[in-house]
Design a protein around this ligand. Sequence first.
Ligand SMILES: CC(C)[C@H](C(=O)O)[C@@H](O)C(=O)O
Ligand code: SF4
Length: 471
Amino acid sequence: MSAPRTLFDKLWDAHLVKAPTPATPGILYIDLHLIHEVTSPQAFAELRARNLTVRCPERTLATLDHSTPTTPFDDLGQPVYASEEAAAQVAELEKNCAQFGIRLNGWSSDHRGIVHVIGPELGATRPGMTIVCGDSHTSTHGAFGALAFGIGTTEVGHVLATQCLLQSKPKTLAIHVDGSLPRGTSAKDLVLHIIGKIGVNGGTGHVIEYRGAAISALTMEQRMTVCNMSIEAGARAGLIAPDQVTYDYLRGRPYAPQGEDWDKAVAEWNALRSDAGASYDREVHIDASQVRPTVTYGTHPGMVVALDAAVPAATSLQDRRALDYMRVEAGKPLTGMAVDVVFVGSCTNSRLSDLRDAADVLRGRKLAERVRMLVVPGSLAIKREAEQEGLDQVFRAAGAEWREPGCSMCIAMNGDLAQPGQLVVSTSNRNFEGRQGPGARTVLASPAVAAASAVAGCITDPQSLLQEQAA
Ligand SMILES: CC(C)[C@H](C(=O)O)[C@@H](O)C(=O)O
Ligand code: SF4
């Protein structure tokens, strides 16, 4: 009998065209190559310069997300670009896709949206695949039991030309999340808690497999939130073994197999789990019952604190600098800190359930006077579903802006940015200095905490808002 293998081993072995040697990386076959307008132009330019074609256009899927404005269209129904560069980048991807025969979810598509939202939504992301994209949050797709990771622009060119990628074999890290998440906590709180425990380099060189009862209990949207932020713990990728939750999500989606092919696929996917006795390079145990509503207080996603706990004292020069930048005082909790802007969106938390979580807090309430709130759905499909449920009305009635899909304020694109010194409570994944605008300060949070903070005008636990009302 062959030795027990982890889920990662199975995915790796199944796609290895050539095994790595001590001197050379391995060659991996790539099942799905996602592309967007920011990291693809040079790769296509390289193809043209070398007179190469795209090896598998049918395994390549493009979308517009980073450079597309999320403001309303003009009177002629056209997008209003924030800059000529943004418009040119979009035009370039449109041209490249047309020339090389690649499917593009462009302006006229019903499935336009953030690349890590539309892949799963279309059923293009499926268990057992290798998926790459010139984008670090490609780890999101690992929630389906796919080996998915970000690559650089040069590699985008390699994959376009060959459908293969040079890769050295990463190590494996099992994160067992035992028990169950307490009421009032979310997948975002869980992943912030995990990064707080293992640190921003805790996953470096590893592919994380999230396991355990608390992970099995998550919906697909919640699993995506967790895998999305694997990269913020330094990991190469995040993985969750597929199960009935995965199949229920995928069934009937546009690119999912149909009929007999579906049954065959599910039978194959059922084998995609780590064998009993398989060994990982490292293992970490997390007790889900310890997770509380959690936010970041510093300038990287590992500087996290529970809302009801005090910000820890700085132990390094770097930490002190982060506290100064954030204007945060050690020894006190973050609750009560004044908020200027709230952003609900990004590939971490812009799916329907995230919008519902935010709307549940906002329903019948108004934003605090000085707070600006942007709600940016992850895709056009999500926008439409949310509108069907009347969520847009909840946001608008509260005083929030309801936008077109895109990356938006996650990365301060297209004029969606905060002013110097402003404090943003954001459902995105990165809180680096200036990420949401020069001098802007970012507190990463769940959609519920973000919405509660918008209502209170200061960082707030949604539970305290609800209790206030009950009292
Ligand atoms: C623009 C892109 C290269 C970048 C990434 O790789 O992650 C962006 O999506 C981000 O979130 O910072
Ligand atoms: S939403 Fe943010 S993190 Fe996600 S791909 Fe866009 S810019 Fe990157």
